[in-house]
Design a protein around this ligand. Structure first.
Ligand SMILES: [Zn+2]
Ligand SMILES: [Zn+2]
Length: 242
C-alpha cells in the first residue's frame, strides 16, 4: 500500500516535470521564432529557473501522486468520471469554481509573500527572474511551491469535478503559468482589451507585477486586484502587438 502510494508520487513528479519541460520548451521555442534574441543574455537566469522549477515539480508531484492513488484505491476524492453523476449545468460551474478559488488562494498567499520576511525567505526566488522567461513558470522557492502544490489536492477533496474538466483546469494552469511569464503578449489585442479580457490576466498584466512588485497579484482574474485597489493595469513594455 505504502509502496503503491510512493510509486504514484514518483510517477506524478516525473509527469509534472516533463509537463513543465515540454510546455515551457514549446513556448521558449515559439519565442525564439517570433522574437529572435529575446532571451539573449538570460542563459544563466534560465538555467536557474529550470533548476527551481524541477524542484517545484517534485513538491507538486508528491501530494498530487498521493491524491491520485487515494482516488483510485480509496475513493478519497470528489473526482467523477460519469457525466450523468451531476446535472450538466454543474460542469461549467465546477470549472469556474476551481479557477476562482485557485485565483483567490493565489492572490492572498501572493500578497502575503510580498511582506518583507516571506519575500526575503521565499518569494525573492521567483522575482530573481528579471525579466521572467517561459522557463520561470514554476521557478519558486520550496515554501512558495508548497503553497501552490496544496491547492488542487484540496479542491478535489472538497468540490466534485469531472475528470476531463480537472484535466482542463490543469491545462489552463500550465499554459497560463508559462505564457504569463514569457515576456510578450501572445493573445491578440482584441482579446486583451475586450470587455471580458479586461477581467482576465495575461502576460501584459503579470509582466507589470514583475516590474513594479506591489501590484497585480492575481492569477487568472483581475477581480481581487480591482476590489483591493492593487490593479495597476497592463505593462507598457509589452503591450500587445509590439
Ligand atoms: Zn510571476
Ligand atoms: Zn510576486
Amino acid at each position: 500500500m505504502l509502496t503503491a502510494a510512493l510509486l504514484s508520487a514518483l510517477a506524478m513528479t516525473v509527469i509534472v516535470g516533463v509537463r513543465y519541460l515540454l510546455t515551457s520548451g514549446l513556448f521558449a521555442w515559439i519565442t525564439a521564432r517570433v522574437r529572435p534574441g529575446f532571451y539573449a543574455r538570460l542563459g544563466s537566469q534560465m538555467r536557474r529557473e529550470i533548476g527551481w522549477s524541477l524542484a517545484s515539480a517534485a513538491i507538486y508531484g508528491v501530494p498530487a501522486g498521493v491524491v491520485a492513488w487515494g482516488w483510485q484505491e480509496r475513493g478519497w476524492t470528489q473526482i467523477y468520471t460519469d457525466w450523468g453523476d451531476y446535472p450538466l449545468w454543474y460542469a461549467p460551474v465546477s470549472l469556474l469554481a476551481y479557477l476562482a478559488l485557485h485565483d483567490t488562494w493565489f492572490y492572498w498567499t501572493h500578497r502575503w509573500m510580498h511582506r518583507p520576511a516571506p519575500f526575503r525567505i521565499a518569494h525573492a526566488v521567483h522575482h530573481a527572474s528579471r525579466p521572467p522567461t517561459a522557463w520561470a513558470a514554476m521557478s519558486f522557492h520550496p515554501i512558495e511551491a508548497i503553497t501552490g502544490a496544496v491547492v488542487i489536492p484540496a479542491l478535489v477533496s472538497l468540490i466534485p469535478i469531472h475528470v476531463a474538466l480537472l484535466g482542463l483546469v490543469l491545462a489552463i494552469m500550465t499554459v497560463m503559468g508559462v505564457t504569463n511569464h514569457m515576456g510578450w503578449e501572445i493573445f491578440p489585442r482584441a482579446v486583451v482589451h475586450s470587455r471580458l479580457g479586461n477581467w482576465l490576466i495575461t502576460a501584459s498584466h503579470h509582466q507589470r507585477h514583475h516590474e513594479s512588485y506591489q501590484c497585480n497579484y492575481g492569477l487568472y482574474f483581475r477581480f481581487w486586484d480591482r476590489l483591493c485597489s492593487t490593479d495597476r493595469g497592463l505593462s507598457d513594455a509589452y503591450l500587445p502587438g509590439r
